[in-house]
Design a protein around this ligand. Structure first.
Ligand code: 5GP
Length: 192
């Protein structure tokens, strides 16, 4: 998939809300264009070719389809998604961390069962959006709690003006974004 195709789709179907939020409900976040999603998966997988990824980690719910698409393109490493709710089925040990959401102005705890992250794992973190980077940073903390390695962080859409990629790169992580947005003003989306 060319990056142009993704940008065109964002421009044609995306809805900028205020100065900070982008809605892509017609192909990624509500209705999913699966053929397009698989192209996205292949494009992200290419960015991390040769990284010997053993597992993909994301956070529910909108990261899951993207993570599965990347897995298909990488030869099916398992996808683990951190949970936002604490279901009573998660009785065994968990790694957990708190994540701030600037978009929703909330703090939530994300958790993953200890049995799905092992010290020998090489984890690729995948999400749909990168904004302030708190969600991705939270996922890196879960990986480190398990003593595993983060091979990189891949996202479909980065909103660069919110500073997440700078924060993550400063922390030493490889960050790859398929589309980078420079600004959203009055519904007008500008790319980097
Ligand atoms: P961050 O933690 O980087 O601030 O935000 C990333 C998370 O918030 C992603 O998991 C994503 O689901 C959600 N998010 C942040 N900004 C947007 C946005 O503009 N549109 C949508 N649909 N989700 C967003």
């Amino acid at each position: 998939m060319s990056m142009e195709a993704l940008k065109e789709r964002i421009v044609r179907e995306g809805q900028g809300i205020g100065r900070g939020v982008l809605k892509v409900d017609s192909f990624l976040n509500h209705q999913i264009d699966v053929a397009f999603l698989d192209e996205i998966g292949r494009a992200l997988a290419e960015r991390f070719a040769g990284c010997s990824v053993t597992k993909i980690l994301t956070v529910e719910s909108s990261g899951i389809p993207v993570a599965c698409a990347v897995s298909r393109a990488m030869g099916y490493p398992p996808v683990v998604f951190a949970k936002k709710a604490a279901p009573n089925t998660m009785v065994e040990g968990v790694y957990s961390t708190d994540v701030k959401s600037f978009t929703k102005e909330t703090v939530s705890t994300i958790r993953v069962s200890r049995k799905f992250l092992q010290p020998e794992d090489r984890i690729l973190i995948i999400d749909d959006f990168l904004a302030y980077g708190e969600s991705a940073l939270g996922l890196t903390r879960l990986v480190r709690s398990a003593g595993a390695d983060v091979t990189g962080i891949g996202v479909v859409i980065e909103k660069r003006f919110q500073g997440g990629s700078a924060k993550l790169k400063q922390a030493g992580f490889q960050v790859e974004s398929l589309a980078v947005i420079r600004s959203i003003t009055d519904g007008n989306i500008e790319f980097q």
